[in-house]
Design a protein around this ligand. Structure first.
Ligand SMILES: NC(=O)c1ccc[n+]([C@@H]2O[C@H](COP(=O)([O-])OP(=O)(O)OC[C@H]3O[C@@H](n4cnc5c(N)ncnc54)[C@H](OP(=O)(O)O)[C@@H]3O)[C@@H](O)[C@H]2O)c1
Length: 264
C-alpha cells in the first residue's frame, strides 16, 4: 500500500511539485546531526530541492562540511544543537520561535565504534556507555520533538521523522546483528517513544514516522566493506520519497528507505 503512495509521490516530484501540494521553496526542514553522513546528505538534497534547511550540529565550531554547504547554498542556515543538552534544545526552539518547520528530521545518533564491539557484547558489556546511548538516540529525539512541536504545528507540512534502525526491531530480530546491545535498545526505545508521539500528535494533523535508512556507507564506515552497503544519496533519495508520501493516515509507521513497512 505504501509503495503505491510512493509511486504517486515520485511522479509528483518528477513534475516539480510535492504531494503535500505546497510550494517547494516555502518549506522548511530542521535536521539534527547534519554535519556528516545521512544528516549532511539530507541537508544537501533538501537544499537542492529548494527547501529552507536548518542544519544543526553539536560542535564548538561550525564543522567544515556545513561551512562549505552554507557557503554554496544560501538556503542553508547552520545552528548548534547537542541533542543531549536540553538547555541548548530549548534555546534553539526559542530562537526559532515563529518559524514554521514543515519537517523535523531527528537524525542525530550514535552507533558506537563497530571496530570495538566488546563494549556492546554480552560478557564484556561496558555499562558506563548505556546512558550516553539512551540520552542521544532515544531521549534526544524525544526532547527535540517536544521542543519543536509548536513550530511543526504552525507549518503547512506538519511532519516529524526519526532515523531508527532495524537493529531496534523486535520483529526483525534486531536486524540479525550480533552484540550492539546499547545501540539496539536505544533504537527500540526511540521506536516506542515516536509511536507514542505519533498518537499524541495525530489530532494536530502532524504525521510522524520512524525510518530505516538501510545499511549506508557513511564516512565513519571507511575501510569497512559489506555487500549490503548502499550509498547515502540512494538512501536519502528513498527516504525523501517516503517522507513525501507520509500522511496522518500512515502516521506511526516504521518504514524502510525503499518504502517497505518494517515490523516494530
Ligand atoms: N549509516 C547507517 O548504515 C545507519 C543505519 C541505521 C541507522 N542509522 C542512523 O542514522 C543516523 C545518522 O547516522 P550516520 O550513519 O549518518 O552516522 P554519522 O555520520 O556518525 O552521523 C551521526 C550524526 O549525529 C551527530 N550526533 C551524535 N551525537 C550527537 C549529539 N549528542 N547531539 C547532536 N548531534 C549528535 C553526529 O555529530 P558528530 O559528528 O559531532 O559526532 C553526526 O552529525 C543515526 O541516528 C544512526 O543511528 C545509520
Amino acid at each position: 500500500m505504501f509503495r503505491k503512495g510512493l509511486a504517486v509521490a515520485g511522479l509528483l516530484v518528477g513534475l516539480g511539485a510535492f504531494a503535500s501540494g505546497g510550494n517547494v521553496q516555502s518549506q522548511t526542514v530542521l535536521i539534527s546531526g547534519a554535519n556528516s553522513g545521512l544528516g549532511l546528505e539530507f541537508a544537501k538534497q533538501y537544499s537542492a530541492l529548494g527547501w529552507q534547511v536548518i542544519a544543526t550540529h553539536r560542535r564548538d565550531a561550525v564543522p567544515q562540511t556545513l561551512v562549505d554547504l552554507s557557503a554554496a547554498r544560501k538556503n542553508v542556515r547552520v545552528e548548534r544543537m547537542d541533542v543531549t543538552k536540553h538547555d541548548e534544545i530549548d534555546a534553539l526552539a526559542e530562537k526559532l520561535e515563529g518559524v514554521p518547520i514543515d519537517l523535523l528530521i531527528n537524525n542525530a545518533g550514535m552507533t558506537g565504534d563497530f571496530r570495538q564491539p566488546k563494549a556492546q557484547s554480552f560478557g564484556t558489556l561496558d555499562y558506563d556507555q548505556f546512558n550516553t546511548f539512551m540520552w542521544t538516540n532515544a531521549l534526544g529525539a524525544l526532547k527535540v520533538t517536544e521542543a519543536f512541536t509548536p513550530h511543526v504545528k504552525a507549518s503547512e507540512g506538519k511532519k516529524v521523522v526519526a532515523i531508527s534502525s532495524l537493529a531496534g526491531s523486535f520483529g526483525a530480530g534486531g536486524g540479525g546483528m550480533p552484540g550492539g546491545y546499547w545501540y539496539k535498545v536505544s533504537k527500540a526505545a526511540l521506536n516506542m517513544f515516536m509511536a507514542n508521539v505519533a498518537r499524541e500528535l495525530r489530532s494536530d494533523g502532524i504525521a510522524v514516522a520512524l525510518l530505516s535508512p538501510g545499511e549506508v556507507r557513511v564516512e565513519k564506515m571507511a575501510g569497512y566493506d559489506n555487500p549490503r552497503l548502499i550509498e547515502p544519496d540512494v538512501s536519502i533519495a528513498g527516504m525523501i520519497d517516503v517522507i513525501d508520501a507520509l500522511t496522518v493516515e500512515t502516521s506511526g509507521a516504521f518504514i524502510r528507505y525503499n518504502g517497505e513497512l518494517q515490523p516494530f
